[in-house]
Design a protein around this ligand. Structure first.
Ligand SMILES: *Cc1c(COP(=O)(O)O)cnc(C)c1O
Length: 345
């Protein structure tokens, strides 16, 4: 079979959640962010594994994601929706019992009109200027508070992956000030915020990428392994070229393995210069990455490999991201639908 295999280690996700939980005081709850299909790794299996491990609060980006998660984790665990309460969300929010994090005065009014009495939370903008109620919105909000009765207030840090960035402290102070009239539980930290220390933890943290083995959680256990079968191995002569654009020229007699994955599988075209692994041995990607194929220099291997590993113990999502000029988040969420997905628990 020519399909590459993406192995997802659910036990590693659970171990990462526990390790992140251990970084905060025992009074601080650690939630789990499973938006974008659990960062591309599968809402249902990831949600079930985390709920089974004791996660008591989930976060998704969209109501539709919340509805899918609800089916996996049963009726009782709260699911918060970052996009809040959008036009057309009523049915999903009601049926799946989701908790919108209201982002604007318009959303607050829409929610009070449609669903007064349904659980909700608030998202405040403490300085990222992306999503959330602004300081000027708070006085107006106070009149609606008795009807809203939010059970959680969150905000999001723009620079948490850079601990020395001054904006972290500015946003922390802004969040504290904006929260003064609000008695609900509070949450500011995603993975990066957990690393910033206790003053950023409040009542509940919201790690995403750290669960899935990515930076800025340095000690994360890798979660994904990507093994790609070799379709063909060929010898090429010095001065022969490989791939589109005849971009790479062999300097000596070389052996080239062609593997069955490409940019349609989330292995970005600008990964050129990246490595893949035969066991512990690194092999260089040569020539341009095609839609379905990647060519690899395996001249130095004793035997023709049947399989090469792109993501695994020797190359994490962050290594690959660095090669492609991006971040681990994008590598994970780009991994395409063609892989044969295998879950380990
Ligand atoms: C995505 C997201 C998170 C999780 O962030 P990570 O950096 O993946 O831990 C938390 N909160 C909000 C509002 C988000 O959008």
């Amino acid at each position: 079979m020519a399909d590459a295999t993406l192995t997802i280690d659910l036990a590693a996700i659970v171990a990462n959640w526990r390790a992140l939980d251990a970084k905060t005081a025992s009074t601080v709850e650690t939630g789990a962010v499973v938006k974008a299909d659990a960062y591309g790794l599968g809402t249902v299996p990831v949600g079930k594994a985390l709920a089974g491990a004791g996660v008591k609060t989930f976060f998704v980006a969209l109501a539709s994601e919340g509805a899918a998660l609800r089916k996996a984790i049963g009726p009782d665990i709260p699911i918060y929706v970052f996009s809040g309460y959008m036009e057309g969300d009523r049915e999903a929010v009601q049926t799946a019992g989701l908790t919108p994090l209201l982002n604007s005065p318009e959303q607050v009014t829409r929610f009070v009109t449609d669903l007064a009495g349904h659980p909700c939370g608030l998202q405040l903008d403490s300085g990222m200027n992306r999503l959330g109620l602004e300081p000027v919105d708070i006085p107006g909000l106070l009149f609606q508070l008795p009807q809203l009765n939010p059970n959680l207030v969150i905000s999001h840090l723009a620079c948490a992956d850079t601990p020395q960035h001054l904006q972290n402290a500015t946003q922390l102070a802004a969040f504290v000030t904006m929260c003064t009239p609000l008695t609900a539980r509070k949450s500011l930290a995603a993975t990066g915020g957990i690393m910033l220390g206790e003053s950023y933890h409040f009542d509940l943290t919201r790690p995403g990428i750290g669960l899935y083995g990515g930076l800025p959680f340095e000690g994360a256990r890798p979660v994904v392994t990507l093994d790609v079968p070799v379709i063909q191995t060929r010898n090429i002569l010095p001065s022969e070229t490989v791939g589109y654009g005849a971009d790479w020229t062999a300097a000596k007699l070389s052996k080239i393995a062609t593997i069955s994955a490409g940019y349609a599988d989330g292995l970005m075209r600008n990964l050129n210069g990246a490595q893949v692994f035969s066991g512990p041995t690194a092999c260089r990607v040569v020539g341009r990455i095609s839609m379905d194929l990647i060519t690899v220099d395996v001249t130095h291997l004793d035997e023709n490999p049947e399989m090469l590993t792109i993501l695994g113990p020797h190359q994490t999502i962050d290594h690959l991201a660095e090669n492609a000029g991006t971040i681990g988040y994008e590598v994970l969420t780009s991994l395409g639908p063609r892989y044969n997905r295998r879950y380990m628990s």
